[in-house]
Design a protein around this ligand. Structure first.
Ligand SMILES: *[C@@H]1O[C@H](CO)[C@@H](O)[C@H](O)[C@H]1NC(C)=O
Length: 284
C-alpha cells in the first residue's frame, strides 16, 4: 500500500520534469513491485497444486507406452534376498504400460469377467472370481487368452525389473474383480482400505493389474491410489492398461470407492518362491 501510494504521488508531481534520481527511484520501485507480484503468483500456483490433491501418474485419457516411478524399497526384501537372490527386487517402483495387452484381448477378458461374475458374486460392492477356481473355463477361449495375456505381463515385469523370467512365478490369488457403488456387506467388500499386498497375500513379490474398463467412461470413482507421504499418486484405470509394482511396504495402496458404474479388473500376481507357484488355469 505504502509503495503504491508513493508511486501515485510521484506520478502526480510529474508536471515537474523528474530528475534522474527520482526516475531511478520510480523504476526501482516498479521492479520491486513486479518482483513481489511474480513471487506471489508462483507461491499461489504452488499452493493451488498441492490443494488440488493427488498426483495423476497415469490419466485415463492418455496412452502411456511405459511410465516408471522409482520408490525406495522397504525392508521387506532384506531377509528374502538370500533365499531368492535373482528374483527379489533390486529396485522398487511402479510402472504403467498401455500397449502390451491388445484392446481385443482386454475386451475378450471383459466378456469373460462379466459372464463369470454374473453367475454369482457378493451382494456388496465388490466381487472377485479366482481364475483358478475353474468356474470360467467352460467351453471358451478363456484359458488361451488368459495365458497369452499373463505371459505378456510376466515378460514385462521380468524385463522392467531386470530379472530372469524363469525365476518369477504366477501365484495365488489371481482373480477377476468387479466393483460397484453398492454398499459393502462384509469386510471383504471394503476394497478402499489401505493395504500392502505382500502383507495381505503373503506370497506376492510383484503385483500386476490389468484394467478392463475405463475411469470416467464406464464408472466414476474407483481410481487406484498409492498412499505416499505428502501427496498420493493415482492410476486411472483404462481398458487394456497394465499397471505393476513391487508388493512390499513401499507401495501401500487402496482403490477409491466406485461412485457409479462398474469397474472390472484382473489382478495377476507373481512370486519369487517356487513353492508358492501355481500353474495356468486348466479347462474343465
Ligand atoms: C492419501 O490417501 C489417504 C486415504 O484416503 C488419506 O488418508 C491421506 O490423507 C491421503 N494423503 C494425502 C497427502 O492426500
Amino acid at each position: 500500500m505504502v509503495i503504491l501510494s508513493s508511486v501515485i504521488d510521484n506520478k502526480k508531481s510529474d508536471d515537474v520534469m523528474p530528475t534522474d534520481s527520482t526516475r531511478s527511484v520510480i523504476s526501482y520501485r516498479r521492479i520491486i513491485i513486479r518482483f513481489i507480484l511474480v513471487i506471489s503468483v508462483m507461491v499461489s500456483l504452488n499452493l493451488y497444486a498441492s490443494w488440488q490433491g493427488d498426483d495423476v501418474f497415469a490419466d485415463s485419457k492418455d496412452t502411456v507406452e511405459k511410465r516408471v516411478r522409482t520408490v525406495s524399497c522397504s525392508d521387506d526384501y532384506v531377509k528374502e534376498r538370500e533365499k531368492f537372490p535373482v528374483c527379489v527386487p533390486k529396485w522398487c517402483g511402479r510402472i504403467v504400460m498401455d500397449n502390451i495387452v491388445s484392446k481385443t484381448e482386454a475386451q475378450q477378458l471383459l466378456r469373460m469377467a462379466k459372464a463369470g461374475l454374473g453367475l454369482g458374486g457378493s451382494h456388496g460392492g465388490a466381487s472377485i472370481l479366482d481364475i483358478h477356481s475353474g468356474a470360467l473355463s467352460k467351453g471358451d477361449k478363456f484359458v488361451d487368452v488368459f495365458r497369452t495375456v499373463k505371459d505378456k505381463i510376466h515378460t514385462a515385469i521380468a524385463g522392467a525389473f531386470g530379472i530372469s523370467k524363469d525365476s518369477l512365478y504366477l501365484t495365488s490369488p489371481t482373480f477377476f474383480s468387479r466393483m460397484t457403488s453398492k454398499p459393502a456387506r462384509t469386510i471383504h467388500d471394503e476394497y478402499w482400505h489401505i493395504h500392502v499386498d505382500k502383507e495381505t497375500y503373503g506370497s506376492f513379490h510383484y503385483t500386476s493389474l490389468l484394467y478392463l474398463t475405463t475411469y470416467n467412461q464406464d464408472f466414476t470413482g474407483g481410481r487406484f491410489v498409492f498412499v505416499d507421504k505428502g501427496r498420493n499418486t493415482t492410476v486411472e484405470p483404462k481398458l487394456g492398461r497394465v499397471s505393476f509394482f513391487t508388493s512390499g511396504w513401499e507401495n501401500p495402496h487402496f482403490v477409491e470407492k466406485v461412485r457409479s458404474g462398474t469397474r472390472y479388473a484382473i489382478t495377476v500376481s507373481f512370486t519369487c518362491d517356487p513353492d508358492k507357484a501355481i500353474g495356468d488355469p486348466t479347462m474343465r
